[in-house]
Design a protein around this ligand. Structure first.
Ligand SMILES: O=P(O)(O)OC[C@H]1O[C@H](OP(=O)(O)OP(=O)(O)O)[C@H](O)[C@@H]1O
Ligand SMILES: O=c1[nH]c(=O)c2nc[nH]c2[nH]1
Ligand SMILES: [Mg+2]
Length: 161
């Protein structure tokens, strides 16, 4: 699991996220039609909205799972599940990291197609479709979690060149 000691940061802008979500929508358009979308809260909500718009899907359900307190992983807590085996449904989450959330989803909704925008190697085998892979020691920063702020020039960060 990438955690707060991770060395690599992967900040994603709104524009990049929109572009990657649309790339996922193109891939999913080829594999449809879909009965509906299951958005995995909360990270899957924004990608699911973009994909629902592109694929003209109006039926959207949620599965509510929480497994991180900020960057610290704990037991996955299912706050709301899904009825049915998921045949014809598309599950959307923002990313797979360790694959813990994906494992819960697979067991809960075995026949759905599971798609994420980003995947790290440990979770990758559990996703049917993803757009971009990042290394396991990378933390992805989503646009809804960050704000623009001043950052030290590299020379100062390195203590003067
Ligand atoms: O592969 P894993 O190690 O399980 O990690 C991936 C999950 O972790 C994050 O959700 P989180 O539980 O932090 O909740 P959030 O979507 O509400 O931010 C992310 O949105 C994925 O759902
Ligand atoms: O914002 C996030 N970035 C990540 O890389 C990650 N991994 C698990 N959960 C995550 N949340
Ligand atoms: Mg999540």
């Amino acid at each position: 699991m990438a955690d707060k000691d991770s060395v690599k940061h992967f900040p994603v802008s709104w524009e990049e996220l929109h572009r990657h979500a649309k790339a996922l929508a193109w891939r999913m358009a080829e594999k449809g039609p879909w009965q509906g979308i299951v958005a995995v809260t909360r990270g899957g909500l924004v990608p699911a909205a973009i994909i629902a718009r592109e694929l003209d899907i109006r039926l959207i359900d949620t599965v509510c799972i929480s497994s991180y307190d900020h960057q610290n992983q704990r037991e996955a807590r299912v706050l709301k599940g899904f009825d049915g085996d998921g045949e014809g449904w598309l599950i959307i989450d923002d990313l797979v990291d360790t694959g813990k959330t994906a494992t819960v989803l697979r067991k809960m909704i075995p026949k759905a197609h599971f798609a994420t925008i980003y995947a790290k190697p440990a979770g990758r085998p559990l996703v049917d479709t993803f757009i971009t892979e990042v290394s396991q020691d990378t933390w992805i920063y989503f646009p809804w979690d960050v704000e623009l702020q001043f950052t030290q020039p590299i020379a100062q960060q390195r203590g003067g060149l």
